[in-house]
Design a binder for this molecule. Structure first.
Ligand code: PLP
Length: 472
């Protein structure tokens, strides 16, 4: 059989964990059709659970047709079971790859980037503000409101963004969206018809790339180095509708764009009469030095600034925003109205009060300490277990990239690491131009405790050692 990873602290029962791991083993063909399984007694003693746990899991799998019992012989993987489900699995994977986070069982240590520490969400404060808002609000506030969002939030946001990110705008330039995801989708719809060109940093998040491609735009990959996008590589002959960049803390490589390149970007946009779309999703969390102000502050009429509360508070809020040049406000507002009329105004009002009362600043300060500690643990564990590890990017955000010069993170290697209960993400997954980042992985640490980070790196080390031994 294969390696089981049971998490005794999980809310999921041991029976469910055993059941899921055998079922996944069949789906991913680690357990082949006709293969004989351990007897319930053998499996129970090898993974340290009671026999009843395994019995119940086997019974469920037999009832669902994954396993067959052959009298006086044993329990086997049933014929045809993997074939049928593999087809469904492949469909789910290819139809929307970004869905994968939801299905990862708790027992894995998942280094996915961009997951904040949601266990630290300020539930108490948020809850009491929500109650307060609910009783304070006049009746009409429970009806439809303006597509651009609650003025209370846009007002405090304009002040906050100027103070914290150097964004220069009037509140009327801000439109509240359902996350940065919606903001980017609407920007693409507004500016790009089918076949129009978008110049995109490469590598970049697969989600953002998917948004642009889905709208029918053509992507022009612009390579980056350790400081971010290289403006000299922007298209000279073609005219992109916009350049997409994450200048504060590039995803995934983590560079911070120097001022000279920021100026070059603006000059390029002016010359080509296009926009710069600046995604500023996690810049509040900077652990060394001070955060560099936004590119938007350099030219508010050329830069569309996109932000989100998914990382500083929680993705579940679905509150993001876009700061627009004046000429785009009217059409963007219309598109937003057609899409969903407006983002939940009650949540917006709670958020406005949360910022106004200074709770957001306090929360960010608290989270910074937590993330700094997690990052420090990750870096020191990586250095301890991999003496040749190179850590890339600024000390910021909730992820880093590690380069292991002797490892190529192929699918086989990633799968081997997964068998050790750890999920890591190769930078190649985010690259438009393939083959340039094979020895790098992205490691998110935002949602992992110090203990899980330590355990995860130990397991990563074991998995890579086993992989290297199997090649000798
Ligand atoms: C680069 C980048 N920008 C923004 C976001 C946030 O998206 P949203 O605000 O829709 O949660 C993400 C999500 O992980 C991201 O990776």
């Amino acid at each position: 059989m294969f390696l089981f990873t049971l998490d005794r602290s999980s809310n999921e029962s041991l029976t469910k964990q055993v059941y899921e791991q055998i079922r996944d083993g069949i789906l991913t063909k680690k357990l082949r059709e006709g293969e004989k399984l351990f007897s319930t007694r053998e499996l129970a003693s090898s993974i340290g659970v009671s026999r009843n746990v395994v019995l119940e899991a086997y019974e469920q799998l037999i009832a669902e047709g994954y396993l067959d019992v052959r009298p006086r012989s044993g329990t086997y993987v049933a014929k045809g079971s993997s074939l049928q489900v593999i087809t469904d699995y492949a469909y789910v994977q290819s139809s929307f790859q970004e869905k994968n986070t939801e299905c990862i069982p708790n027992s894995y240590i998942d280094f996915r980037a961009g997951n904040p520490a949601i266990d630290h969400f300020p539930r108490g404060k948020w809850g009491s503000l929500a109650k307060e808002i609910c009783s304070d609000l006049p009746e009409h506030a429970f009806g439809y409101t303006d597509a651009e969002g609650a003025m209370e939030l846009r007002d405090v946001l304009a002040h906050y963004l100027l103070r914290v990110r150097g964004v220069k705008c009037h509140p009327s330039q801000i439109i509240i969206t359902s996350g940065a995801t919606q903001a980017l989708h609407l920007i693409t719809e507004l500016l790009c018809g089918k076949g129009n060109l978008i110049a995109v940093e490469d590598p970049v998040t697969d989600e953002m790339r998917a948004i642009f491609s889905y709208a029918g735009a053509k992507l022009y990959p612009v390579s980056i180095d350790e400081r971010g996008i290289i403006p000299e590589l922007l298209p000279l002959k073609e005219n992109p509708r916009f350049v997409f960049t994450i200048p504060s803390h590039q995803f995934p490589l983590g560079g911070t764009l120097p001022i000279q390149r920021r100026v070059q970007l603006i000059e390029y946009a002016r010359k080509k009469d296009c926009f710069i779309v600046e995604d500023d999703y996690d810049s509040e969390f900077t652990y060394e030095g001070v955060p560099v102000p936004s590119v938007q502050g350099l030219d508010p009429e050329r830069v569309i600034y996109v932000g989100t509360f998914s990382k500083i508070l929680a993705p579940a809020l679905r509150i993001g925003y876009v700061v627009l040049p004046y000429e785009l406000i009217k059409d963007f507002r219309k598109l937003k109205w057609f899409t969903d009329r407006h983002t939940s105004s009650l949540e917006q009002l709670v958020l406005a009060r949360f910022i106004e009362k200074g709770y957001l600043d306090r929360h960010v300060r608290r989270m910074k300490k937590i993330y700094r500690e997690r990052r420090k643990t990750l870096v020191s564990c990586l250095r301890k277990h991999f003496t040749d590890a190179k850590i890339l990017g600024q000390a910021a955000g909730m992820h880093l990239v590690v380069e292991l010069p002797k490892v190529s993170f192929t699918e086989e290697v990633i799968e081997r690491i997964k068998q050790y209960g750890v999920i890591v993400y190769p930078v190649e997954r985010y690259a438009l131009q393939e083959g340039l980042h094979q020895n790098k992985i992205v490691m998110g640490y935002g949602s992992l405790t110090v203990e899980s980070i330590k355990k995860g790196i130990e397991r990563l080390k074991m998995a890579l050692e086993e992989q290297s031994n199997s090649l000798q």
